[in-house]
Ligand binder design. Structure first.
Ligand SMILES: Nc1ncnc2c1ncn2[C@@H]1O[C@H](COP(=O)(O)OP(=O)(O)OP(=O)(O)O)[C@@H](O)[C@H]1O
Ligand SMILES: [Mg+2]
Length: 230
């Protein structure tokens, strides 16, 4: 499903070179749910953005469904991302003047899919995330947790091979955070969606089966959550 091989990344500005990720290596199987944990600045978002094809690594490889995304041309990568990769942002990134349903349909608009088919898929996903009654409202009329549910539905509408989430509960209170994590776990278990979720919340990491931990750009742990034993 996903293979990260000897991945390193440095940011360059002028003559300054800042190494951020060092020789990261792991694989994710179809249907896994993984928490990517680490303190602020440890490189979590950088790793996620590289895996989602939002930028190119300095060295190493990222394979999704067997295809090395860092070798793809801009156009090919954009097309690959539209069809294979879902992304959930901390700040939802919904379009304010589109309804909830239109926001969820949007990735299919970019794929050139027709109206009726798009609408049916969006409605079905919105009821799966508990928003069947809110489809014709605008994002500003929803709570933060509900807006994140919309963005989760949007990330799934193309039936991506893998969904990346960068601190999806970072803007939410504890109770809503738990509800969103419950939803992601349910989607993982019922639909077999593969999730990689960046978090610095231990509560989130405790609930996924596998935790990958970064420290200062190095992968320092990969396995079942063992934090409680420490
Ligand atoms: N565009 C950039 N240019 C230069 N340095 C960057 C850039 N983006 C990130 N960095 C640096 O890379 C390091 C890792 O940043 P990253 O955003 O991946 O951390 P993070 O683990 O997601 O942190 P947080 O939990 O605060 O979101 C930091 O030291 C940051 O300053
Ligand atoms: Mg981050």
């Amino acid at each position: 499903m996903l293979a990260v091989e000897h991945l390193s990344h440095s940011f360059r500005s002028g003559s300054e070179n800042t190494p951020v990720l060092h020789d990261i290596d792991f694989r994710v199987d179809k249907g896994e749910m993984i928490a990517l944990l680490g303190s602020s600045g440890s490189g979590k978002s950088t790793l996620l953005n590289l895996m989602a094809g939002l930028m190119k690594p300095t060295s190493g490889s990222i394979l999704i469904s067997g295809q090395a995304i860092e070798k793809m041309s801009e156009n090919r990568l954009a097309e690959f991302r539209r069809t294979h990769i879902g992304f959930i942002f901390q700040s939802y990134e919904l379009i304010p003047h589109l309804t909830v349903r239109e926001n969820v349909e949007l990735p299919l608009v970019f794929q050139g899919q027709r109206g009726k088919h798009r609408r049916e898929k969006a409605m079905s996903l919105l009821s799966k995330v508990g928003l069947g009654e809110k489809t014709e409202m605008f994002p500003s009329q929803l709570s933060g947790g509900q807006q994140q549910r919309v963005s989760i539905a949007r990330s799934l509408i193309t039936q991506p091979a893998i969904v990346f989430a960068d601190e999806p509960t970072g803007n939410l209170d504890t109770k809503t955070e738990k509800e969103i994590i419950d939803l992601l776990i349910e989607l993982n278990q019922t639909l077999g969606i593969t999730f990689v979720i960046v978090t610095h919340e231990l509560e989130v990491a405790k609930r996924t089966r596998r935790v990958i931990q970064l420290r200062d750009g190095y992968l320092v742990e990969d396995g079942a959550w063992a934090g409680d034993a420490e």
